[in-house]
Ligand binder design. Structure first.
Ligand code: PEP
Ligand code: MN
Length: 360
């Protein structure tokens, strides 16, 4: 489907009526009526626009808490009545959609694990056919596949849904980073270029996985990359949360974060500065990845060191070094990287690897 058609026909009325940034906040999971209501009441409606709580929780491993289920919908309905917030929850199949709609849930989001599954997305899209009022926010798929994410939007759009938005919650990486999910800002910049009108919301809670980095991620998303808003998890008693315990903020902490964020907005930067800073964020992310990869490489060097020592093999093996350099130079050439950079870089790596092996 033509990307321009989707972009032009997106209905932004629900989000444009709020001042930016809009914020969706509330617990990872609804646990009890008291927890849901207390969290909602302690959120400051000068800063928070929409209340969230997960009712059905897709979990990596079985036998964990998988959500409170239907009775949580009563609690969300009560939040709506008592506080006036719009309310949001995650749906992962037709049954969830039907139930959520029957409880007047305003916003349904599709979780990262569901976005990765075209059959699930199609089932959800079919069950919403022709619904022009429902707001659907699609989280990025677990892995960094932009087309799969766009495919989910296309399936929903094709069924007549127009109040569509996306949530950036970061991407899983095997070579771990200090973040729970890597932002891959470059992918989001591509998305923004293609779909300038689709509401783009950052979920720094699931990107960070703990409270400490949330502000920095939010700042990048809002000030540099002009996101429309945030989804930030909050809990009235964070230490005792039943899911994603490390990343739950108190409602008051979310207010402080948003207040600080709006304050720093006044320190305006010009366009050139903003472009420079955006490119630097992309470089920083790549540098972090390189350092994590280096550390993985060095761990293997240690294993090599032990093996060579026990088998009385020489640490320096000229044929192996020649092989490494030749194949790296070839790949470098294919990618337009100068020979001297590849050569210097791999010399350094090789020397360090030999040192590590000798010191084992
Ligand atoms: C959530 O929002 O609590 C959630 C489960 O998120 P994600 O799909 O991003 O993992
Ligand atoms: Mn969560």
């Amino acid at each position: 489907m033509e990307k321009n058609i989707i972009n032009n026909k997106i209905d932004r009325s629900w989000i444009d009526k709020f001042n930016k940034p809009i914020t969706i906040s509330g617990p990872c999971s609804a646990e009890s009526e008291a927890q849901v209501l207390e969290t909602a009441k302690r959120l400051d409606n000068k800063y928070i626009n929409i209340f969230r709580a997960g009712i059905w929780k897709p979990r990596t491993k079985p036998n964990n808490f998988e959500g409170i289920g239907e009775k949580g919908l009563h609690w969300l309905q009560k939040v709506k009545q008592d506080t006036g917030y719009m309310v949001a929850t995650e749906v992962a199949n037709e049954k969830h959609v039907k139930l959520a709609l029957s409880f007047d849930i305003d916003i349904l989001w599709i979780g990262a694990r569901s976005t990765a599954s075209p059959f699930i997305i199609q089932e959800i899209a079919d069950s919403l056919e022709g619904n022009k009022e429902i707001i659907i926010l699609v989280k990025n798929p677990i892995h960094p596949d932009l087309e799969l994410w766009i495919g989910a939007l296309e399936r929903l759009f094709a069924k007549g849904i127009r109040k569509l938005g996306v949530i950036h919650r970061g991407f899983y990486t095997y070579n771990n980073s200090r973040l729970r999910n890597q932002p891959n800002w470059n992918i989001l910049l591509k998305f923004r270029k293609m779909f300038s009108r689709i509401p783009l919301i950052c979920d720094p809670s699931h990107i960070c996985g703990n409270k400490t980095g949330i502000y920095d991620i939010a700042k990048i998303a809002y000030h540099l990359f002009k996101y429309d808003g945030f989804m930030i998890e909050s809990h009235c008693d964070p230490l005792h949360a039943w899911s994603d315990v490390k990343q739950q903020m108190t409602p008051e902490e979310v207010t402080d974060l948003l207040r600080n964020l709006k304050y720093t907005k006044n320190k305006k930067q010009n366009d050139d500065q903003a472009s420079l800073n955006s490119l630097r964020i992309l470089i920083d992310e790549i540098d972090d990845n390189m350092i994590y990869l280096l550390s993985e490489r060095m761990k293997i060097s240690k294993q090599l060191g032990i093996l060579k020592k026990t088998k009385y093999l020489s640490f320096v093996q000229p044929d192996r070094w020649k092989y490494i350099l030749t194949r790296s130079l070839k790949l470098g050439q294919e990618l337009g990287i100068s020979e001297s950079i590849i050569e210097n870089f791999f010399k350094l790596l090789h020397e360090e690897s030999i040192n590590i092996q000798k010191n084992m």
